[in-house]
Write a protein that binds this ligand. Structure first.
Ligand code: SF4
Ligand code: F3S
Length: 462
């Protein structure tokens, strides 16, 4: 077998000004949406700090404000427009403040953002993060600017990142998505699937480990197809299982997580890599979306209920102690009572540890948004949604109660936000355990679970 040829990643383009230019200024970043956006915000923060800026405590006192937007649901858009109003108040009070709006909503609706908020200095997209400093320079000298590009300029992981947690890091392995789920706007805002070179990913993880990171979360829209665009060894095939093994063997990395897999592409080789690589955690996000074959077909998900449940059973059989979370959409166009009952059946059967449950939100530009004649009345959706939440909360509680009395290795995330005397920690399967005492972020220790609630556990050190 010939060794893979590793090409260098596209590098950050030369900065117009090579030295920090905003020493002594401050920045504030507000992030909406998913882990992709959270990680992008860390990169924006990394670029701002490389330019000499420090983080401001509150939005009103910042010299530069960056709003990283999401457009996955209608309420995300509404929040954005609420935020644009707040930015105007800040700008009116201090006209020197530089306002930047980036992220998915700006990528998709650049003209709407510009028209609704002419007071914003920079409107930029998801593909040109590396340009943020030049765009701010431009706005300072020449006035407001909009720059949104359709092609990825530089693989964002080649940018510096200012991590939120010292001991834990996101690592992008793939950008974009080639699927066509009819409810989803992500391919329109993040583009087609592009995988990073495995050697670049492993080198980044090695650098992170040398910097004290013990936990990495690999990020991609559909990680199970990772690598199929790279043609390594001349073959176009997914190599996520191999990547997991390589990342999991980096010295100093104690925990590897990833998000998101896709039930249609999740195969045994990945489950085996999870089970056989000690650093890879027993945690799987396995988005169901619906339990009805008819609705799954209308969603273009590529699997049916039987295939979903088979793959879930395979994962649970191969990976002992696996915790599974899911996503469910209620009220997809055309969803009948019968379809919804099928979703409830799968939820009962699968017994997820956790579920992210959403009411269908039509996103302009998606196929599902055009199925207006089949839209389900809001009161029916609400009733179904409440039933689903109630059922899942009961199951989550039961799953958590099963852990009472057991001992887990936990990783501390530092003092809990509500109580300084309590540490927030996480088990390898990803469950939150509150532990009385002061345990610095990054510390790994044993905990016996004492009690359970639907969304967290409490325990004491053993
Ligand atoms: Fe969206 Fe489907 Fe791609 Fe996930 S797999 S990002 S839901 S199109
Ligand atoms: Fe994420 Fe929202 Fe964009 S969920 S990919 S930030 S549309």
């Amino acid at each position: 077998m010939s060794a893979p040829v590793l090409l260098p990643e596209p590098r950050l383009r030369e900065r117009a000004r090579p030295h920090p230019t905003r020493v002594g200024k401050s920045y504030y970043i507000r992030t909406f949406g998913c882990q992709m956006n959270e990680h992008d915000s860390e990169r924006i923060a990394g670029l701002f700090e490389a330019d000499g800026m420090t983080r401001a405590g509150e939005i009103e006192s910042a010299d530069v404000i960056y709003i990283n937007t999401c457009t996955i649901r209608e309420n995300a858009d509404n929040r954005l427009y609420g935020n644009l109003g707040q930015l105007k108040v800040v700008k009116d009070a201090n006209p020197e403040t530089l306002l930047v709006v980036g992220g998915c909503a700006a990528q998709k609706d650049r003209d709407v953002v510009r028209a609704r908020a002419p007071w914003v200095d920079v409107v930029m997209g998801t593909h040109n993060l590396d340009r943020v400093l030049e765009l701010i320079d431009h706005a300072e000298q020449w006035g407001p600017i909009t720059e949104v590009v359709d092609e990825l300029a530089a693989m964002p992981s080649s940018l510096p990142a200012r991590r939120e947690l010292e001991h834990s890091a996101w690592v992008t392995i793939q950008i974009g998505c080639n699927n066509t789920c009819t409810f989803c706007i992500v391919p329109a805002v993040r583009g087609v699937e592009v995988s990073r070179r495995p050697g670049d990913i492993v080198r980044e993880v090695e650098r992170l480990a040398a910097d004290g990171v013990v936990e990495v979360t690999l990020l991609g829209q559909n990680v199970d197809t990772y690598g199929r665009d790279l043609a390594i060894d001349g073959k176009r095939r997914p190599i996520f299982a191999e990547l997991l093994r390589r990342v999991g063997s980096v010295d100093g990395i104690e925990r590897v997580r990833f998000t998101s897999p896709h039930p249609n592409d999740f195969r045994e080789d990945v489950a085996l890599a999870m089970a056989e690589t000690p650093a890879v955690c027993e945690q799987l996000h396995f988005p169901l979306q619906s339990g009805s074959d008819r609705i799954l077909a209308a969603m273009h998900r590529g699997y049916n209920r039987a295939k979903y449940l088979d793959r879930l059973a395979m994962a649970r059989e191969i990976i002992p102690g696996l915790a599974v979370s899911t996503d469910v959409i209620v009220g997809f166009p055309g969803e009948t009572d019968e379809d919804f009952e099928m979703t409830m059946e799968v939820v009962e059967e699968a017994r997820f540890d956790q579920a992210f449950m959403f009411i269908f939100s039509p996103r302009p530009g998606t196929r599902a948004a055009e199925m207006t004649e089949e839209f389900v009345p809001q009161e029916i959706i609400r009733e179904r949604f409440d039933r689903l939440v109630e059922t899942q909360n009961r199951i989550s509680l039961e799953r958590n109660q099963e852990t009472v009395g057991q001992v887990f290795q936990v990783l501390s995330e530092g003092p809990s936000k509500k109580d300084e005397a309590v540490a927030t920690t996480r088990t390898r399967p990803g469950k939150v355990v509150h532990v009385e005492g002061r345990y610095p972020a990054g510390m790994i220790f044993g905990v016996r679970v004492e009690s359970a609630a639907p969304h967290h556990l409490t325990g004491h050190r053993v």
